[in-house]
Design a protein around this ligand. Structure first.
Ligand code: CP
Length: 343
């Protein structure tokens, strides 16, 4: 796992500078940024879900006309980048950015701080994915415009969590008292880390299903104990183990996070969900996956009523419309009273 302060001297250098000289204005912008879901109250989560519901009814509006959204992706992405860009386009904003850092002046040695300062000259908001944990926090400290964390290393993925929460609410009719089974790469999986943090408000029972090598990190288990979140750990993955699930959240074993590829080879195919394993599933159970899938869910499951991962990805559009609007100061009332809807 890569950490900013260990491996990136430019972050250390500039973050020291910023901590000393940050202006009040920068601090205000930092607070408008979405770096982690841990700062969101229950009310804030419910508010964003209400917003997303409005966007699901009417996604095409002009609420962000005249705004520029920058998408800076230092790591590959299909869903997150394209759904943020679709969200911006459907709201009338314009989009600038890059999907591959190789085409930027970072290859000439430009630091992340300078890149953020440059882009903030052009855009009203920056959506950023970065391979280093803490990069979004750092960017939010140096940026004069809000930063939305689109995933930072193995740390957090808060916009994914908002679409996951929206999907859980949509399929279960509640976020309360659910049995949520997290399967696969719980060590490096930023989506499961964010989801666990957000669910603290809703009295869940988590089941962590992972091999030893990819177990939920101790600090997240400690977080559960501190917050009174119930959890059970398993290594078996069969019909009996998952029979109690309301949500079965599958994850990919992420080759790109391993420093030892032999270890990756040992664990990569440990948990494949087969159609036969659904024989004891509860009728309300839904299978989610942040995607991409590699070898976690048999394709024969796609046409069962349990599969919900493609609708989940679609919900990314509505959740990210809500995030962009909220971050740019558009309220739920603005959305409800909006006269710019395009049918
Ligand atoms: N879920 C998710 O983050 O997918 P992408 O990596 O394709 O953005």
């Amino acid at each position: 796992m890569r950490k900013i302060d260990n491996n990136s001297s430019f972050f250390t250098l500039y973050s020291s500078f910023i901590r000393i000289f940050a202006t009040e204005n920068c601090k205000a912008m930092e607070s408008r940024s979405l770096v982690t879901i841990a700062n969101h109250s229950r009310e804030k989560i419910e508010y964003l879900i209400r917003m997303a519901q409005e966007f699901e009814k009417h996604p095409n509006r002009r609420l962000l006309e005249g705004r520029i959204v920058a998408t800076l992706f230092f790591e590959p992405s299909t869903r997150t980048r394209l759904s943020f860009e679709t969200a911006a386009n459907r709201l009338g904003a314009k989009v600038i950015g890059f999907a591959d850092p190789k085409v930027t002046s970072g290859t000439k040695g430009e630091t992340l701080k300078d890149t953020i300062m440059m882009v903030s000259n052009y855009a009203d908001i920056i959506v950023m994915r970065h391979y280093l944990e803490g990069a979004a926090q750092y960017a939010s400290e140096v940026s004069p415009v809000p930063i939305v964390n689109a995933g930072d290393g193995a740390n957090q993925h808060p916009s994914q969590t908002m679409l996951d929460l929206y999907t859980i609410y949509q399929t279960q009719g509640t976020l309360e008292n659910l049995n949520i089974y997290l399967v696969g790469d719980l060590k490096y999986g930023r989506t499961v880390h964010s989801l666990l943090t957000a669910m603290r408000h809703f009295n869940p029972t988590f089941h962590f299903i992972a091999p030893d090598e990819l177990a939920m990190p101790e600090h997240y288990k400690m977080y559960c104990r501190e917050k009174g979140i119930k959890y059970v750990e398993h290594q078996d993955f069969d019909a009996d183990t998952i029979a109690g699930a309301d949500i079965l959240y599958m994850t990919r074993v992420q080759r790109e996070r391993f420093t030892d590829l032999d270890e990756y080879e040992r664990v990569k195919d440990r948990y494949l969900l087969s159609r036969a394993m659904l024989s004891k599933a509860k009728p309300n159970m839904k299978i989610l996956h942040p995607l991409p899938r590699v070898n976690e869910i048999e394709y024969s499951i796609d046409d069962t009523p349990y599969a919900y991962y493609f609708q989940q990805a679609r919900n990314g559009l509505y959740a990210r419309q809500a995030i962009l609007c909220d971050t740019l100061g558009i309220t739920l009332d603005d959305i409800i009273n909006d006269k710019t809807i395009i049918s």
